[in-house]
Design a protein around this ligand. Structure first.
Ligand SMILES: Cc1ncc(COP(=O)(O)O)c(C=O)c1O
Length: 447
């Protein structure tokens, strides 16, 4: 397998897909079956992806050999830990075309958005100002702005979603004429997979005088992303969706913006000098990294980026597009199944959302789980989007580097077992409040 992988990396031209099964062999967790011997078909990477052995080994190696607090110790162990942490930052920065000083390690995309709202937002958004979002946003890119708007007396407006699951660019233009302070939109929809034309959104947002934040939680793991080419002011993403550990995430911000922003959390690590009454702040990015950071997780994220770079992001994108196109074609043939989002695989990432006539989304997911096919069902932390589409919930299959056409075939075969019109015992009906019930148990809200 390793040699096949190496061939895929070294010999294939960028843009050519690789062998999903060969990649899969690098992910120990995926090598499992249920009690009936059915292999795990993991189709929920948009929630959290799995980790290749290289990432697990990097974390383990750090914990076994180099674990010490960083930026403090005057001893070799601490210096090695610091070097590995900062090397991970350089790796991540290189991956998105940024300067390492522009990359703040945070816990996840949600924390990154809250950081911007509570620092840049508090300083730059005032009473009557407009914050422009979209109906497509994950709750993480809605709620922090609602909190800021309430505190400041600012207004919110939302770009409409078209029936095809894209952003209505004419509506964007109309709202931009109101002169928003901030435009914050997702690069890729986690619920529909739509790839938004963010180059154009950034261009139009800047022309209207707005600062632009992009939610890259679903784009950075799946597409080549370059912050200089995008021109965005802020970009946020999470390590656990890109083969890295939970607890690792990144806020990218243009250097001048980060330097002008007040700190987020106060404490050790983010200070210049501390007096009893007043303190000064460290230079960025340390100014935003108060307390002991998740060092091993950052190092794991660096290893995940190395792995993705080894595959080639153009190739990752091409591979997912191929699997998605196959998935759209196969699922389109399933009786009673309705697909949501763009019909063209080139206009979406590796996400396919659907409903099955007569069966609640969670009932579909529970039935698929019985066949060892893991998908997500619910509102996908996009309740306003579900409302805009006139639905309560969707089933979502999401693909990544380790999936291939065989996974699609297993999904389609498993769908044939879903009892039409029957309630899966214990499966909650769709819709409802912010917590998603599944098989009668209450699960925490995921993505
Ligand atoms: C588009 C998008 N934004 C933000 C988030 C929040 O990510 P996290 O829970 O890692 O903060 C998610 C998670 O699913 C997402 O898909």
């Amino acid at each position: 397998m390793a040699s096949r992988m190496a061939r895929a990396s070294a010999a294939d031209g960028a843009g050519f897909p690789f062998d999903g099964a060969a990649v899969r062999a690098n992910f120990p967790l995926l090598d499992q079956a249920n009690g009936r011997g059915q292999p795990l078909t993991f189709l929920d990477s948009a929630a959290s992806s799995q980790k290749p052995a290289a990432v697990l080994e990097a974390i383990d190696d750090f914990q076994r050999r180099d674990n010490a607090n960083i930026h403090r110790g005057i001893y070799a162990l601490s210096e090695r830990a610091t070097a590995r942490y900062e090397r991970a930052r350089e790796t991540v920065a290189g991956f998105i075309g940024a300067d390492p000083r522009e990359c703040v390690f945070v816990r996840n995309a949600t924390e990154a958005i809250n950081l911007v709202a509570q620092t840049w937002g508090r300083r730059n958004v005032g009473s009557g100002d407009l914050i422009l979002l979209s109906e497509m946003e994950h709750h993480s890119n809605l709620v922090p702005w609602q909190m800021l708007a309430e505190e400041k007396g600012a207004a919110l407006a939302h770009v409409r979603v078209t029936p095809e699951g894209g952003l209505d660019m004419d509506h964007l233009d109309a709202l931009l004429r109101r002169g928003p302070k901030l435009v914050a939109v997702t690069h890729v929809s986690n619920a529909l997979g739509t790839v938004n034309d963010v180059v154009e959104i950034v261009r139009r947002g800047h022309a209207a005088g707005a600062t632009v934040l992009l939610d890259g939680a679903q784009s950075v793991p799946h597409l080549p992303v370059d912050v200089r080419a995008l021109g965005c002011d802020f970009l946020v993403f999470s390590g656990h969706k890109m083969l890295g550990p939970m607890g690792s995430g990144v806020l990218y911000g243009k250097l001048a913006l980060l330097e002008a922003m007040p700190p987020f959390l106060g404490g050790g690590g983010m200070i210049g000098a501390v007096g009893l009454e007043r303190s000064t702040w460290a230079a960025v990015p340390a100014k935003f990294e108060a307390g002991t950071p998740a060092v091993a997780d950052a190092i794991g994220l660096g290893a995940a980026v190395d792995y993705l770079v080894g595959l080639g992001m153009e190739r990752v994108r091409a591979h997912e597009r191929e699997v998605t196109a196959y998935g759209l074609a196969r699922l389109g043939e399933v009786p009673g199944l309705t697909l949501y989002g763009p019909t063209d695989a080139a206009a979406r990432s590796g996400v396919i959302a659907f409903s099955l006539a007569g069966v609640p989304a969670r009932g579909v997911a529970a039935a698929l789980d019985a066949e060892n096919v893991a998908v997500r069902a619910g509102h996908h932390c996009c309740q306003p989007l579900m409302r805009a589409l006139g639905i309560d919930a969707l089933v979502r299959a999401s693909f990544y580097v380790y999936n291939d056409e065989g996974d699609v075939d297993r999904l389609v075969a498993a769908l044939a077992t879903v009892g039409r019109g029957e309630r899966v015992p214990g499966a909650a009906a769709d819709g409802g409040a912010c917590r998603e019930a599944w098989s009668g148990r209450v699960a925490a809200v995921g993505d």
